[in-house]
Ligand binder design. Structure first.
Ligand code: COA
Length: 158
């Protein structure tokens, strides 16, 4: 399995992965127009010529980014794809000099496994909540907030 920055040819597969989990209320559905517009934020995991996972990072400010759009092909779950995608995103944020990343998720066990800590949602700045009305669960929030301080996270082999 290889993790690499996404290219335009990956967009249909990224869209399918996100749609699969969005239909199960796990994440926000993103249209292909939005995926093309934000494609530079995405990493994909490729195995046997197939896109089996995707993830993105969105910068909010000099010291804060969000890890979002994380979706793994259900037939490839629990095989390290999600962790590998997050490692690649964290490495990119370290390269950019961003010290902290957060995720909003109902899959908190995964984020805690890879080193994030759960924090009160109110501890995150208000400006991060702009996409809430697009969430399949809105207005009943079933997500928790998780934070990783990248300076404290182990070095990621390149
Ligand atoms: C959550 C998700 C990204 C995990 O991907 P994955 O490829 O299965 O995760 P990995 O195999 O890399 O797992 C890494 C570790 O987390 C654990 N883990 C994975 N999913 C977990 C979960 N839902 N709860 C608890 N632990 C979990 C794994 O067992 C593994 O532990 P280990 O290192 O001790 O073996 C994937 O299940 C998914 O796409 N879910 C739907 C979309 C979603 O919830 N996205 C996140 C919010 S944007």
């Amino acid at each position: 399995m290889k993790v690499r920055p996404a290219v335009v040819a990956d967009v249909p597969a990224i869209h399918d992965l996100i749609k699969h989990h969005a239909e199960r209320q796990k994440m926000i559905l993103r249209g292909k127009d939005e995926l093309y517009a934000t494609l530079r934020e995405y990493m994909v995991a490729e195995a046997q010529g197939k896109i089996v996972g995707c993830a993105s990072v969105h910068l909010f400010w000099s010291d804060l980014a969000e890890l979002k759009g994380l979706a793994v092909d259900p037939t490839y779950e629990r095989r390290g794809v999600g962790r590998a995608l997050c490692d690649a995103c964290h490495a990119d944020l370290k390269r950019l000099g961003v010290p902290r990343v957060f995720a909003l998720s109902s899959s908190g066990g995964f984020f805690e496994k890879i080193g994030y800590r759960r924090v009160p949602k109110e501890s995150l700045p208000l400006f991060i909540w702009g996409e809430c009305t697009r969430c399949p669960s809105f207005p009943i929030c079933n997500e928790e907030a998780y934070v990783l301080d990248l300076a404290d996270s182990p070095a990621i082999p390149s």
